[in-house]
Design a protein around this ligand. Structure first.
Ligand code: C5P
Length: 221
């Protein structure tokens, strides 16, 4: 472990899932627990980094000394990211961002209708936060995540290009011991030059620590 090797670096980590309201009591969300992002924030803090953790709703306690920004919707996460991005050295986007949001939010709780009737929610696309940050990139080292259920490497590699990333962490969320709400993860690291590193099953803290080793090594070049 490289103790203190991230001293002086400003790291932004996003974690957990965003939620989009349907009415005052309901939302569209996803199964992200925030465990991977909170582990990355904790490991970066242990190495001396200055960490801003931008998090959707999560049951976890943020690591001590992180600057925590709590958000709910994708738009709120985007705004929080844009506010700290110019001063950031390393961005790690572990959040599961809601890609769609209901076109309109009802003012009052939506009532049940006739039992035989269905109900339709029209959704619009949310902005892609990471792609936005990739398009504005200056000194920042940008790391994305790709949670896939099929064609893992192809999909992850195309995201590195489309979002102008320096690295992506790909995981097949359909594997046992990987993905949402587990304490372990099985990931592959991909880089813009096409190289791939596959890790064995590890705790999320161990994945976070190796991820930061790679970020520090790549940044130096
Ligand atoms: O395209 P996909 O959602 O699979 O990309 C995953 C990566 O992009 C993650 O790092 C996630 O945090 C980020 N993302 C984002 N804004 C979105 C969708 C995904 O920042 N609207």
């Amino acid at each position: 472990q490289r103790e203190g090797d991230m001293r002086g670096l400003k790291v932004m980590v996003t974690a957990a899932g965003t939620r989009e309201p349907i009415d005052p009591v309901r939302f569209v969300g996803n199964r992200s627990s925030g465990k991977m992002g909170y582990s990355i924030a904790r490991q970066a803090l242990l190495r001396g980094a200055d960490v801003t953790l931008i998090t959707g709703p999560s049951a976890l306690t943020p690591p001590p000394y992180a600057k925590v920004v709590r958000v709910e919707t994708t738009k709120q996460m985007l705004d929080a990211c844009l506010a700290v991005y110019p001063e950031t050295d390393i961005v790690i986007k572990a959040a599961a961002v809601a890609d769609f949001k209901p076109r309109s939010v009802a003012d009052q709780k939506i009532k049940k209708i006739h039992p035989e009737d269905g109900m339709t929610i029209v959704m619009d696309q949310n902005p892609d936060i990471l792609k936005t940050l990739g398009g504005m990139k200056k000194q920042q080292f940008l790391v994305g995540f790709a949670a896939e259920t099929q064609n893992l490497l192809e999909n992850a590699a195309s995201k590195v290009k489309k979002k102008n990333l320096d690295m992506i962490v790909a995981n097949d969320v359909s594997l046992k011991g990987a993905g949402f709400n587990t304490d372990t993860n099985i990931v592959k690291f991909l880089y813009p030059d096409g190289t791939v590193e596959a890790l064995e099953i590890l705790s999320k803290d161990e994945v976070a620590s190796i991820l930061l080793d790679r970020v520090m090594a790549k940044r130096k070049r």
